[in-house]
Design a protein around this ligand. Structure first.
Ligand code: SF4
Length: 251
């Protein structure tokens, strides 16, 4: 595990890559973000953003969505995948908001995760981005990148959330998650991470170790090379070598 000082240096490095890091789900209030986050499961933010303008216009609040005809709602969200389950979750979640919270989105993890279809990750997204409560969503990108960097050594999202939460002050939790997600999408991709352009590489366990498998979900070994070592690539995204540690492209 990294010290808080190194963890801060890593986050500062990531923020230089992603100064605009934020959720990419379009929303104007906590209810809309809750709906969008439920729809984003097994889908892309871009696809969800294509669906939500018409959805929010048709069902602007929990009362309206709780009363939505199932077949009509399913048709509207079909392109996001798993539309039957998501339709049930949206209607159930909205009905619970009306019944238990006067139609408002509660600002606590306990109350949010008691809603149908709302897990810890979704609750953290809404808390951190729409309700002003520190929240640290852990998705597959956060799992992978945090393990590669050595900020955690766990494949358990709850443990990863706790590890990251202990390294950073609560006021930065949401930024931590946003940066790790964007880094995982844009640079530290599942295969062939672009280490040569990564600002955090000098503190990254995956890079320093030559791409060895990091405990948890950091990465996978290639078949060639010594066990646990990734093969060098033309782009320098593989293990650091004497020529490659400076991150310059080798031709
Ligand atoms: S150095 Fe490579 S493995 Fe480490 S965080 Fe950056 S892109 Fe990911």
């Amino acid at each position: 595990m990294k010290s808080p000082a190194v963890a801060k240096r890593i986050l500062d490095a990531l923020e230089r890559h992603h100064p605009d890091a934020d959720t990419e789900l379009h929303h104007s209030n906590a209810f809309e973000l809750l709906v969008a986050t439920i729809l984003s499961a097994q889908s892309s933010d871009q696809r969800v953003n294509e669906v939500t303008p018409a959805l929010f216009a048709r069902y602007p609040d929990a009362r309206a969505l709780a009363a939505a005809p199932t077949d009509e709602l399913e048709a509207q969200i079909r392109s996001t995948g798993f539309f039957r389950q998501k339709s049930r979750a949206l209607i159930g979640m909205s009905a619970a908001l009306v019944d238990r919270h006067a139609g408002q989105v509660p600002a606590s993890m306990e109350a949010l995760t008691a809603l149908p279809g709302v897990g810890r990750k979704t609750a953290n997204v809404v808390l951190g981005h729409a309700l002003g409560v520190p929240g640290l969503p852990v998705d597959r990108h956060v799992l992978r990148v945090a393990n590669r960097l050595g900020l955690t050594h766990s494949a358990d999202p709850v443990k990863v959330e706790a590890d990251l939460g202990a390294l950073y002050p609560p006021k930065r939790w949401t930024r931590v998650s946003d940066n790790l997600i964007l880094h995982g999408r844009r640079i530290c991709r599942p295969t062939r991470p672009a280490c040569e352009i990564c600002n955090a590489r000098k503190d990254c366990d995956f890079f320093i170790s030559g791409g060895a498998v990091v405990k948890g979900v950091g990465g996978r070994a290639r078949k060639s090379g010594r066990p646990g070592q990734r093969r060098p690539t033309r782009q320098g995204a593989g293990p650091p070598t004497a020529a490659g540690r400076d991150g310059r492209k080798r031709r």
